[in-house]
Every structure is written in C-alpha cells, then in structure tokens.
Design a protein around this ligand. Sequence first.
Ligand SMILES: [Fe+2]
Ligand SMILES: [Fe+2]
Length: 137
Amino acid sequence: MPVGPSLRQRHAHQAIHAGGLAGARSKTEEVESLYTNGNLEMADQAMVELLDYWESRILSHADAEEDGFYQEVVEKNPTLQETVLQLKRDHELMRIVVKNIHQLRESNGFSKILLHKLYALLEINEVHSQEEERLLF
Ligand SMILES: [Fe+2]
Ligand SMILES: [Fe+2]
C-alpha cells in the first residue's frame, strides 16, 4: 500500500502521535472523573467511546505503519529490521490491552481495574511514540 507523506515526515508524524495521545489522555481523565463522581453508567459510556477512539485513531495509525511505512524504512536501512520488529511488538501489546479491556468490560462491567489498564495503555503509547520518533527518523 502506498505510504502517505505524513508518516514519512518527522514533524507530521510527531503531530499525529501528539494529537492521538492528547485526545486519549483527556478522554481517559473524563472516564476517571465520571467514575470518581459515581456516574458509573456515564463512565462506562465514555469508556466505550474511548475504546473506539483507541481503535480508530491510534491502532489504525499502527496498522497503517505496518501496512507500508515500516517496510519502506527497512528497505532504506536494513539495519533497522530488529527495531521495527520491536516497534511492532509495542503495537501488538496495545492491541492486546484494548482487547482485554473490551473482554473484561463485557464479562464484569465497569470497574476500577479498567481505569488502571487505560492508564497503562497511555504509557505504552507514549513510550512507543517516543521510541519510534527517536529510532526511525
Ligand atoms: Fe507506531
Ligand atoms: Fe507512528
């Protein structure tokens, strides 16, 4: 699949990371504040929207990278093959955590443990983006 210029350009790529993370962080804080205020139903609804945001904004960015950009990077610089494999594993961890949150929510409903997982996801994403920007550009 042809790679759009925004993934190849450091500043544009950084902006995608920063925008995605800022949105996910503010939505996570909203879920937490609804939960803290005892609005469990609204917290659950906000979490469903947040999971949709993770899938449509952040995991889809990861899919797009694996769908052309990473191959291009390795073709240009074969020594980055191992780095790309590690970055793919970061993507896979995020996909697994999102899936686990969905499953836990469906089986047990909203709980505080889901909030911990949402914050863990933010941390993985932030470190992954920093490493990607540092190592591939
Ligand atoms: Fe990535
Ligand atoms: Fe990226």
